[in-house]
Structures are given as structure tokens and as C-alpha cells.
Design a protein around this ligand. Structure first.
Ligand SMILES: [Zn+2]
Length: 409
């Protein structure tokens, strides 16, 4: 079957990696009764040799993903809320936002970010397709429109509430099936001098650090500055600055505005452009050889697991997020490999992991069962988790992360 670029329609011929057929990474099962009806889809990423957008080849329909009981609440991660607070503070200062401004966040989740603007007396609007997240945001004092974002939604918001001084689209660009319509929305949403910031995990790090577990069906695009500049330019927007962030194993925060506004190019933009040129992200050589690195991570982890079984030791997981599900399903793990995965989010506890079918448990279960190893699945939060679970040292427990290479500590 031939595939075409979801942005520019060129035929796709350059593979990045094929992770096989797996269930959707965010589709935790309610009970064992759901196992028989569980659906799996091919999970492979290819790179467009015309616009260099790396992308999944299968389009899983959005309504299969953002269902009303979507269980992710950003506010359950303290480090994420702190990241949002610092962002708000920086943007308010840099762009002189005040009571006459409007800040819009797309995929605003439970209001974890906009609450900081509300606290500073700045009018906001959240746009969020998951109803339960939107209701949580409203309770937090963040007005929220329950909808997907695209050109039609943007035009409606601009008419009703006015255009935005600042729009934030953090960790959403990659999740949008129709990236062209999504970007067109910001062209309509922004005031003439308005700014949009996009945060996304940087493809440069995904490749350099073998972060293949950040690949999942709901994550349609894997973004570089190279591809984002091309995509924005097509819609009359230009990038004028880029910040490199530690979040999600290395993200970019890209600042863009209307091409007509005459933004100058800041040093941060030039730095990242140069780094991507050096990594060959604008030619096929930057993408070859990734599959072999992914297979090595899997094989090394499976060797560790086989050894623990031989020694009669136990492994529990921590952090029931999408990346863990990609990792465990690519490794074809089952309940016999991982007894349970602990997670602080009470909305997830009691459910079963997709594909693996191990239960998601309250973190208290770690103290009760005293596993020999705790596999930290969200390796990007590993120092935070190591601190929270420091008590496993009391019985000689150790932490394990598998990416970019196996580490036991
Ligand atoms: Zn393309």
C-alpha cells in the first residue's frame, strides 16, 4: 500500500521505523471483558522527502481517541504545572500582556496552563475536545470551548471573542491529523502582531536518543524545525525564535507570527536550524539507521527481563502513559513480565494497559509488594519519580530505564 504525505501529498518512500501492529497507546481497558474487543493498528513512521514531515502512515480517526472519558489530566504532573507557570510568566513579560489582551490555548486540557494567565488578570479562552477535561478547566475558572481546533473554529472564536495576542499550542501539533487546516487556524486567530507558540518533542532528539516510545498512533507527526518552517510558510506564518526545552526528552518551543509583521530572526532560531542541518534532517541520510538502534534497545531490555526471571526477581512499572504502552507493546510484554504499572492518576487506576493487560495500580502497591525493580516508563520524568519512590531502596529495590539504553540505578 502506498502512502502520501499528510501535509504536502508527496508519495512517502523513506521509512523511519516500523513498530508492528499495536493497540492505541491511550486506550486503557476498563476490565478484562474489553480484551476481546481490543483493536490494533499498524504503527509505522515514514518521512516525506519533499517537506521532511515524519509521520505515521495510518490515520486513526480522531473520534476513536478523544472520547469523553479521556483520562489524561495535565494537573496530575507537578513538574508540568510548574513548566506552565514559568511559560505564562515569560510570555506576560515578553509580549506585555494585560487585561486588554486575549490568550488562547489549543488543547487546553484541564486549564493547567491558562490558570496562570487568569491569575494575572488576563482574559483567556481554552479550546479542548475532551469534555471531562474542559469541565475540570471551567471549575478552575478557565472558560473553555469544547471543540477541535482548525480554521473553522478559529474564525468562529475570532468573531465571537476577538483575535488573540498570544496563542499556545503545546504538545498538540503532533496530534493533529489535518496539520494544514490546524495551522490555517492560527493565521485566522492571531491579531496582526499576535504570536503563536508551539511546543513539540524535537525529532532531532527522538532520532539521536532512540526515543521510539514517543511514537504512537495518536501522535501523527514527528516535528523538526525544518518541517515546521515549511508548513507554517505555506500558511503565511514565519518562525522568528526557537527555545530548546528539556521537556519530553528535549522539545522545541517555536515562536511564530504573521509573515507581514516583519519579525526579525532571533539567535535561537539560527542555532536550531544549524543543528538540524548538521544532523541531516533536510536530507534522507538523517533518517537511515534508526531502525537498527530501536531493535538494540528492545533486545537489551528483553535480555534484562530474561535475566530477572531466571533470578526469580520481580518487575513493576511506574507511569501508565502512552510512551510506556508503545515500549511495552513493541517489546510484546505481557502480565507475566510486568505485574502492574503504578500511576498517581486515580482516573487510570483499576484499568488495564492496552495490549499488555497488566493492571494500573495505586503507587501504594509498590510499597506493599516490594518489587526488585521498578521500570520507569516515562524516562523524561525519571528524576522526579526516583525522588517520589526513593523508599524502594529500603528493601534493596532498584530503578530501571530502557531508553536511550538500559540503565539500572
Ligand atoms: Zn510532505
Amino acid at each position: 500500500m502506498s502512502h502520501h504525505c499528510r501535509f504536502c501529498s508527496a508519495p512517502l518512500s523513506l521509512p523511519l521505523v516500523d513498530l508492528g501492529t499495536t493497540p492505541l497507546a491511550n486506550s486503557n481497558l476498563r476490565s478484562r471483558d474489553d480484551i476481546t474487543g481490543e483493536r490494533s493498528f499498524p504503527l509505522a513512521v515514514m518521512v516525506c522527502e519533499s517537506c521532511f514531515l515524519a509521520q505515521t502512515t495510518e490515520n486513526v480517526p480522531a473520534d476513536a481517541i478523544f472520547h469523553d472519558d479521556y483520562a489524561y489530566f495535565s494537573s496530575f504532573s507537578p513538574s508540568w504545572v510548574e513548566h506552565a507557570r514559568r511559560y505564562a510568566e515569560a510570555m506576560i513579560g515578553r509580549f506585555s500582556l494585560g487585561k486588554d489582551s486575549l490568550v488562547v490555548e489549543v488543547a487546553s486540557n484541564d486549564g493547567y496552563l491558562l490558570q496562570h494567565f487568569v491569575g494575572a488578570g488576563i482574559p483567556v479562552l481554552g479550546i479542548e475536545p475532551a469534555g471531562n477535561c474542559a469541565r475540570e478547566a471551567e471549575e478552575r475558572g478557565v472558560p473553555t470551548l469544547i471543540d477541535f481546533f482548525g480554521k473553522a473554529t478559529a474564525v468562529r472564536v475570532a468573531k465571537g471573542k476577538g483575535q488573540a495576542d498570544l496563542a499556545a499550542a503545546n504538545n498538540v501539533l503532533a496530534h493533529v491529523p489535518d496539520i494544514s487546516d490546524f495551522i490555517a487556524g492560527f493565521k485566522a486567530l492571531l491579531k496582526p502582531k499576535g504570536v503563536v507558540t508551539f511546543e513539540f518533542p524535537h525529532l532531532l532528539n527522538l532520532i539521536a536518543l532512540t526515543q521510539f516510545d514517543t511514537i504512537y498512533h495518536e501522535h501523527y507527526s514527528y516535528l523538526s524545525l525544518t518541517s515546521v518552517e515549511r508548513i507554517l510558510a505555506r500558511h503565511g506564518l514565519v518562525v522568528f525564535d526557537v527555545e530548546q526545552l528539556p521537556t519530553h526528552g528535549g522539545s522545541l518551543r517555536v515562536f511564530a507570527g504573521h509573515a507581514e509583521a516583519g519579525w526579525g530572526e532571533e539567535p535561537g532560531l539560527l542555532t536550531v536550524r544549524a543543528a538540524e542541518a548538521e544532523a541531516h534532517l533536510g536530507d534522507p541520510t538523517g533518517y537511515r539507521g534508526f531502525t537498527a538502534k530501536v531493535e538494540k534497545v528492545r533486545d537489551d531490555f528483553l535480555r534484562f527481563l530474561a535475566k530477572t526471571k531466571t533470578e526469580g526477581k520481580t518487575v513493576a512499572g511506574y507511569g501508565a502513559a502512552a510512551k510506556g504502552n508503545t515500549f511495552m507493546n513493541y517489546c510484546r510484554l505481557s502480565e507475566s513480565d510486568i505485574a502492574f504499572v503504578a500511576d498517581r492518576n486515580p482516573h487510570k487506576q483499576g484499568r488495564l494497559l492496552p495490549g499488555v493487560h497488566a493492571p494500573i495500580a495505586d503507587p501504594d502497591l509498590i510499597g506493599q509488594t516490594k518489587p526488585d525493580y521498578v521500570l520507569i516508563l516515562p524516562w523524561n520524568l525519571s528524576s522526579e519519580i526516583e525522588q517520589q519512590l526513593g523508599f524502594i531502596r529500603d528493601w534493596g529495590g532498584q530503578f530501571v530505564t530502557a531508553i536511550p539504553s538500559i540503565r539500572i540505578f
